[in-house]
Write a protein that binds this ligand. Sequence first.
Ligand SMILES: [Fe+2]
Length: 321
Amino acid sequence: LQGKLTGVPDEDQFFDLKKSEHSLPPISVATWEGFIFINLDPNPKESLVEYLGVRGEELQGYPFNKLLSCHSWHAEIKCNWKMAVDAFQEAYHVSFVHKHSISDAFKVQGNSLAHPLTLKLYNHHHMLSLGSDPQSVYGNPLLKYEEKTEAVGTPQKKPIEAAALRFAASSTGGTEFSIDRLPAGVNPTKNPNWNGDITVFFPNLFTFMRVNYYQAYNFWPLAVDRTRFEGRVYYAQAENAGERFYEEYRKIMLRDVLLEDWSTVERSQAVMASGVRTHMVLQDNEILLRNFRRVLESYGGKDYTGNGISLCDEGGLSHVR
Ligand SMILES: [Fe+2]
């Protein structure tokens, strides 16, 4: 565990070999709220707390320590890691890519295309806050589900989805996890129809905090056009069969939603790799992608997809408001 070289095959045949000089290179390790962070620099210029900065402070008080059950999905995606991260840095795709799964999750009255309630850009990181349709199984699970006859022309909920919502609405977790107990930096607009806050810690940690569960995704580059995705969802221990049913439904639903994301991302990568397109065009609600590029460039990164592709054909900063 110390990384020391303890044995060498046929050691006598080497010349003046000093095993102590061939240990594994040291790296830095630090923890925050149960997450383990590594820094390949053995002597970091700043501590983990300094690196997480203001957003790390704003998340203090979120009930990480009460959300200890976990399910996870892992996958190898045929895309550059940055394209994979970008797929989770905006919500406007939800109404289109996830039209048949969770397109209702982030809709609130007057905001049917999941525009952020607010967003913030930090030195390295950024966040956006999303509203919610309380009737969605992927929405805020503590809001009350009301069974009602849908108006003519409104898509009907599938029976199993309606059942999951009924169990979610009767969840006992509501007494312990309250939207009113979240720290000030979570749901910063204090919107009663809040769904969750996405925070992306540069470079490869995506988090999505809800009132009583959160997602944490990692994106590991394997090659210029291959990424290992590790998605974990943390929640409180189920206290009855109904809650367990709701968790299982949400878990399977997330798998299907992720498959929708990866299908789109792999096609985007293929288009970029073909060379037919020279850049990608972004819209206003993709401001986090533009900030991601700004931070990336501050570390000397320019090639965005591994194929010489830029996000915009002009400077990123001029696009960041
Ligand atoms: Fe998505």
